[in-house]
Design a protein around this ligand. Structure first.
Ligand SMILES: [Zn+2]
Length: 267
């Protein structure tokens, strides 16, 4: 096992089990945990990916420090890059008719860059606004190549509740809390029924949103705040539409805590 994997295992076991030796269920997979908060993760650093990002610094320095000794050593050992650069593009296959337009725009992009004689090319790191390499921006590019999803991360993490409650709501929003339905998916032999209404199966959305007992609790609170409310489809939708109903007043702060308090109580 690589060192990165060993460290990751320690992190995972600590996250789900604390310092106890007992094996606990790992509710959310590590890849998800390593994505940023706004994508529904915890923003924990992925060791292997972060290592790659750190190594990126050396690639950057390689081209920025042509005179330094370490680069000369690498050049002499592995053969360095030539100093002149010219457009000599070879495609791996021939271009199809319908791709001509794409090739044309690619070539015009290349030739639209004015090359000033006597001026040396320089590298520019586009993910950072200053154009200089930053490990952090490389790591972000590596870890989330896709645009952030629609996870209601502000509703989950910005409410003024104890962090274990926010953590619980996060796992609930991902549909990972250990309801009887989820326990059965993990091959635990257990009857799938809701212990509150004693009629339906205990899925995350039933237990926290749709169960008649839960709904009574929700309506009680909504009446206090004078709200008419149609229950959304699931926990994520509920959290998504909960935000921004009231401003930053005291009542607004309490309002933001309502989903956390109710779901924690129901659980
Ligand atoms: Zn129920």
């Amino acid at each position: 096992m690589s060192i990165a994997r060993r460290i990751e295992k320690l992190q995972r076991d600590f996250l789900w089990g604390g310092l106890e030796d007992e094996q606990k269920f790992h509710l959310v997979n590590w890849q998800q945990i390593c994505t940023p908060l706004h994508s529904g993760g915890l923003g924990i650093r992925n060791m292997a990916t972060f290592n790659k990002a750190l190594l990126g610094k050396w690639l950057w320095r390689y081209s920025r420090e042509p005179a330094s000794l370490w680069r000369q050593v690498i050049d002499s050992k592995y053969g360095g890059q030539g100093s002149t650069i010219s457009w000599d593009i070879e495609f791996t296959r021939s271009v199809q008719d319908w791709e001509l337009e794409m090739v044309e725009s690619f070539m015009s992009l290349l030739y639209s860059q004015t090359i000033r004689p006597g001026v040396v090319d320089s590298l520019c790191w586009s993910p950072s606004c200053r154009g200089l390499f930053e490990v952090r921006s490389f790591y972000t590019t590596l870890i989330s190549p896709h645009p952030p999803g629609i996870f209601p991360w502000k509703s989950v993490w910005k409410a003024k509740v104890p962090s274990r409650v926010a953590f619980f709501v996060w796992t609930a929003a991902l549909g990972k809390i250990l309801t009887t339905e989820n326990l059965r998916k993990r091959r635990v032999t257990i009857l799938d029924w809701c212990c509150m209404c004693k009629s339906s199966g205990e899925s995350v959305n039933h237990l926290l949103v749709h169960c008649p007992v839960a709904w009574e609790l929700w309506s009680m609170v909504l009446v206090i705040f004078g709200k008419n409310w149609v229950m959304p489809r699931d926990v994520v939708d509920l959290l998504s539409c909960w935000k921004g109903i009231r401003g930053n007043s005291e009542a607004g702060k309490i309002w933001k805590m309502v989903p956390h308090c109710l779901m924690w109580c129901l659980w």
